[in-house]
Design a protein around this ligand. Structure first.
Ligand code: 4NP
Length: 157
């Protein structure tokens, strides 16, 4: 069985994409589908390389039963685009940067926005919560839960 490889990508890889990775992993495990997926996350700027996720995001996610364990790493301009089947950006800037990088390996077709999987089409992007308060982190989790459910439904079609 060839696994579907999914990489969630934000700017710093300490808030949104680690949460997306944890939520999607949780959902896949809950459905007994772990054997079908390889899931990771990465950031576009590398400023927090080697660091655990932001403690505020770990706390808010833990309140909903998600365990965030990822360590921040920068997206690789070549190997990540070759390895992963889907690279999913959190906001429009992440998406545009991923598209630009994908051109180097002719893999633009692998690049998506997280909100592409919001079946209700209610969200335009997953906003950066870094400089805001607790509500921003909660809103990110709301959006990510919605989109992760949509993504898994799409994958199971
Ligand atoms: P993230 O949030 O992209 O959701 O991990 C950010 C965290 C840190 C920075 C930017 C965004 N930063 O530039 O330090």
């Amino acid at each position: 069985m060839v696994k579907k490889k999914i990489l969630f990508v934000c700017l710093g890889n300490i808030c949104r994409s680690p949460a997306a990775e944890a939520i999607f992993t949780h959902l896949v495990e809950q459905k007994g589908l772990s054997h079908l997926f390889e899931i990771d996350s990465a950031g576009l700027n590398g400023y927090h390389n080697g660091e655990p996720a932001d403690s505020r995001m770990i706390k808010e996610a833990s309140g909903r039963g998600y365990k965030i364990t990822s360590i921040s790493r920068k997206v690789d301009q070549i190997s990540d685009f070759q390895k992963y089947d889907m690279l999913i950006g959190m906001d429009n800037s992440n998406y545009n940067n991923l598209k630009r990088l994908a051109a180097k390996t002719a893999t633009e077709h692998k690049v998506y926005r997280m909100v592409d999987f919001d079946t209700e089409r209610r969200y335009t992007e997953v906003p950066d919560p870094y400089y805001g308060g607790r509500e921003g982190f909660q809103r990110v989790l709301d959006i990510l839960e919605e989109c992760s459910n949509g993504l898994i439904k799409k994958m199971m079609l």
